[in-house]
Write a protein that binds this ligand. Structure first.
Ligand code: ATP
Ligand code: ZN
Length: 226
């Protein structure tokens, strides 16, 4: 059992696409911090809200394990984590507390640009390179199509050129990376954006009250931007 805590701990991406916008959002809620020397931890000064700076892939697990209370992460990462957890027979314990409207992207199927797209049935028996095997697997099952996921943790879009896969299922925002690899997006399997992830239940100790205060300010900050 976790020790009682009277401070809220929020996990955000250390670097990458969501790190700076997440910090800016929290700063716009009036938060100020003192950063640890190793840049892993930010101690909240104006509010009892501390930040843990981590890889985005670790954020759902940190919340599920109760190490952090909330996180700012892409829906794509949260959904994949939830489905992986479900596949292991463990309950889904995380939900989206807020959607933030930035960090938007799509998880798309993309095929050789020379090829014609006739529909999901076309994928039957093909090797599909992806970093999101569970999200892809759910979609394939919904389509009633059997294909072979090839799980890669990076450089998914070069897999067809390397002969590792026939098509890809990858994150797309502008499509530039796909185009550079002679691929074209043909169908979207998930619409993503940055979200506030949290447990499926209220927080313990005094932390829910701190979270409520933070979310109220956050809602105000998000509205101001709109
Ligand atoms: P980390 O080092 O934290 O593991 P990463 O390389 O996995 O970083 P980033 O490339 O920084 O992750 O992307 C973080 C998130 O940004 C993605 O999970 C996704 O939600 C969002 N995103 C928005 N646009 C794109 C895009 N074009 N490609 C990839 N991710 C995007
Ligand atoms: Zn990552």
């Amino acid at each position: 059992p976790a020790q009682p805590r009277e401070r809220l701990r929020v996990a955000i991406q250390k670097s990458g696409r969501l790190g700076d916008p997440a910090r800016e959002l929290l700063a716009s809620c009036g938060l100020t911090w003192r950063e640890s020397r190793d840049r892993l931890f930010c101690y909240g000064e104006s509010l009892p809200v501390d930040l843990l700076l981590v890889r985005d892939d670790d954020i759902p697990g940190l919340i599920a394990d109760g190490v952090c209370d909330l996180g700012i992460v892409g829906r794509n990462v949260l959904v994949e984590h939830g489905l992986a957890r479900e596949a292991q027979g463990r309950g889904v314990e995380l939900t989206e507390w807020r959607q933030l409207g930035w960090g938007t992207c799509r998880l798309d199927i993309a095929i050789d640009e020379e090829q014609e797209w006739t529909g999901p049935e076309q994928l039957a028996g093909l090797r599909i390179a992806t970093s999101y095997p569970h999200t892809l697997g759910r979609w394939l099952a919904e389509q009633g199509v059997q294909a072979e996921p090839v799980v890669l943790n990076g450089s998914v879009e070069i897999a067809p050129r390397l002969g590792q896969a026939d098509v890809v299922c990858d994150l797309v925002s502008t499509g530039g990376t796909l185009r550079a690899n002679q691929l074209t997006p043909v169908t979207t399997i998930l619409h993503s954006e940055a979200v506030i992830a949290g447990p499926g239940h209220q927080l313990d100790d005094g932390r829910q009250e701190i979270a409520d205060l933070l979310l109220r300010r956050l809602d105000g900050a998000v509205q101001l931007k709109e």
